[in-house]
Design a protein around this ligand. Structure first.
Ligand code: ZN
Length: 111
């Protein structure tokens, strides 16, 4: 396992001390658990504030207009096997009848 770079100054010369990481360059100390969560990069929460993970299934909580489609994605539509992505629309998924789609996590609910 390689040590993470310092989140404050990006130094590579970090070391582990008990369950903390320490940066000798700027003196920053941080917790492994917190850094690994940040290291994953994406914290995506549904409309209820539950954390979403890759592969989760969600339900759409309101009708969503789709650019170029004549019908909205209906409230209650189930979406399986989501992927998490960066950005405003942070869920990448396939919606039955619509195809590949990006959704905002605030408009879905974890199943
Ligand atoms: Zn540092």
């Amino acid at each position: 396992m390689s040590l993470p770079n310092c989140p404050m100054c990006q130094s590579e010369y970090t070391y582990e001390d008990r369950n903390m990481f320490v940066c000798p360059e700027c003196g920053h100390e941080w917790n492994e658990a917190a850094s690994s969560e940040e290291g994953e990069g994406l914290v995506v929460k549904d409309s209820n504030g539950n954390l979403l993970a890759e592969g989760d299934s969600v339900t759409v909580i309101k009708d969503l207009k789709v650019k170029g489609a004549s019908n909205p994605i209906k409230q209650g539509t189930k979406v399986k096997n989501i992927r998490l992505v960066e950005g405003d629309h942070n869920i990448d998924c396939k919606v039955d009848g619509f195809g590949p789609m990006k959704l905002k996590s605030e408009f879905v609910k974890k199943l």
